[in-house]
Design a protein around this ligand. Structure first.
Ligand code: FAD
Length: 495
């Protein structure tokens, strides 16, 4: 261990606190820590306790396990070691720094208000102990406090937000990964990742192993993120503007869980798209559309930064008057992908199997829960929080509020996504529904998105018995739409 005397002798280690930035490339805090020339302690804390930021759900914990394993191995390859601890950051960091004689702590900033509160408290404790703290911008192209509208208040509408972000100019170039990492003191204790029970079926977590589909679909970690990006640039970007709406097509990047855990930075993604533009690899409209989606991520982060209770309170307070329904059976059918609406069921089954849902279908399944079933958007937000590998404390609630009609720049409440028309338009050949709802695979395209309307002989030929092999619709579309409009009158009355 280093003593406080070592701190002034130049041998005192620097500490890098990894959080939502599980990568070595384009990691400004890592770069700055290395610039000191000091031995490096690389630390990850599984934050728990009352003041911890929102705890990850099941699928995100699975992701975190594998992402940390990949990071630990990448650090070891470069000569370093990742230290793991669990508990309150405010307890762990000052103690560890004192024990190891750390002179300076480095981290990349995060923006979820609960996380900001932790970081502020940790910074105060470390500074009071005479330890330098350096925080850097790494995970957003524009920090939420950097962008304000003309009135000096945070943006609540996407388009002017995006304009202001772009007016900042091209994002800085990404930093390369370091070629080597100087190891810190060898005698610092670390937890074993396996003991954290982040995986299903792993002690002390007795749940069955539900992660086979996740393992098949994803490669968490920096290398997996780079491979996704390359695949997207080679095969997805060209045609993105239209193809992104078709869930059976491979036009979306699949980068969201990698961005969520910081295995890749938005700067890396932005510049990769800009290089594709220079190389003429895709039409301008595809590149522009893709960049505008990246900016949606920034917009959500900004909303959540300025609205700490975004997951629990509607941004439009009139929605407190909404008479949400209790419908345990309906909600269970929605979760299990047994609503009788093929596109909704396909999405919910993809979610359970792969920990993701295509964006177009996310909007459809969310709208179905809120408007067809009349169930509070917060119930859906919590379910996706538990089941999405990209579950994000800003993007998830902000998008749920958007669909519900109570969020920033939201779709009007009375816009009810029609799951039949959405299916016929965006999954016209039925490949997505046939993949996830195989019991309907034999139906002709014409009836695939509305099997209840198919003639009896067509159903029989396809081997479909409604109510047995596949459910009848749990709610009638037109009746549900009328009920949703009636319920909305309470919100209108509260304005
Ligand atoms: P691409 O089309 O390749 O887009 C590139 C990147 O842009 C994405 O990786 C993502 O970082 C960002 N992006 C795209 N669309 C959005 C959007 N609407 N809002 C914010 N960022 C966006 N996204 C999450 O990252 N985490 C969530 O928890 C989340 N929950 C959602 C819940 C609902 C109800 C809805 C309707 C959307 C949600 N989204 C969430 C947004 C969006 O569905 C996903 O970001 C997108 O499907 C990820 O797939 P992709 O990486 O292939 O996207």
């Amino acid at each position: 261990m280093n003593t406080p005397a070592d701190r002034s002798s130049g041998h005192a280690p620097a500490l890098l606190w990894f959080r939502d930035d599980l990568r070595l490339a384009d990691n400004p805090a890592l770069r700055k820590a290395l610039d000191t020339g000091a031995p490096l302690i690389a630390l990850y804390i599984l934050e728990e306790g009352k003041d911890a930021p929102r705890l990850p759900g099941g699928a995100a914990r699975w992701w975190l396990h594998h992402s940390l394993a990949a990071l630990a191995s990448a650090i070891a390859d470069k000569g370093g070691r990742l230290i793991l601890r669990r508990g309150r950051a405010l307890d762990i960091l000052p103690r560890l720094c004192a024990e190891a004689g750390v002179s300076a702590v480095f981290w990349n900033r995060r923006y979820e208000p609960a996380a900001v509160a932790v970081d502020t408290a940790v910074k105060a404790a470390l500074t009071a102990a005479g330890i330098e703290v350096h925080s850097l911008q790494a995970n957003l192209l524009a920090e939420p406090f950097a962008l304000k509208n003309k009135a000096g208040t945070p943006f609540k509408v996407y388009t002017p937000f995006a304009r202001a972000l772009r007016a900042l100019g091209a994002p800085r170039a990404p930093l390369p990964a370091p070629s080597a990492l100087p190891d810190g003191p060898r005698d610092i204790a670390s937890d074993r990742l396996e003991d954290w029970g982040l995986l299903p079926g792993q002690k002390p977590n007795p749940k069955p192993d539900w992660a086979a589909g996740l393992r098949a679909a994803w490669q968490p970690g920096e290398a997996g993120a780079a491979a996704r990006l390359k695949d997207f640039l080679d095969n997805g970007l060209k045609g993105y503007a239209e193809g992104r709406d078709c869930p059976a097509k491979r036009h979306v990047s699949g980068l969201s869980p990698h961005l969520r855990s910081g295995e890749i930075s938005p700067f890396q993604v932005w510049h990769a798209a800009a290089h594709a533009r220079e190389a003429g690899a895709a039409p301008e409209r595809d590149i522009e559309k893709f960049l505008s989606e990246l900016i949606w991520r920034e917009f959500c982060a900004s909303l959540a930064f300025h609205q700490p209770d975004i997951a629990t309170e509607p941004l439009d307070s009139a929605f407190r008057a909404m008479p949400w329904r209790d419908d345990t059976a309906g909600e269970a059918a929605w979760r299990r992908g047994q609503t009788g609406y093929p596109l909704v069921d396909a999405g919910m089954r993809q979610l359970w199997h792969e920990g993701t849902v295509h964006n177009r279908v996310r909007m459809v399944v969310a709208s179905f829960l809120i408007k067809h079933l009349g169930i509070d958007w917060r119930r859906g937000e919590e379910w996706l929080w538990d089941t999405l590998v990209d579950a994000d404390a800003a993007s998830n609630p902000a998008n749920w509020q958007w669909v519900a009609g109570c969020g920033a720049d939201a779709a009007p409440y009375v816009r009810v996504f029609n799951p039949i028309l959405q299916g016929e338009r965006f999954d016209a050949a039925g490949a997505y529904v046939r993949r996830w709802v195989p019991e309907l695979a034999g139906l002709p395209d014409k009836w695939l998105h509305k099997p209840w309307a198919a003639p009896a002989d067509v159903l029989e030929k396809a081997g479909v018995t409604l109510g047995e092999s596949y459910p009848k619709p749990i709610v009638d579309h037109d009746a549900a739409r009328r009920r949703a409009r009636d319920a909305y009158e309470h919100v209108r009355g509260a304005r």
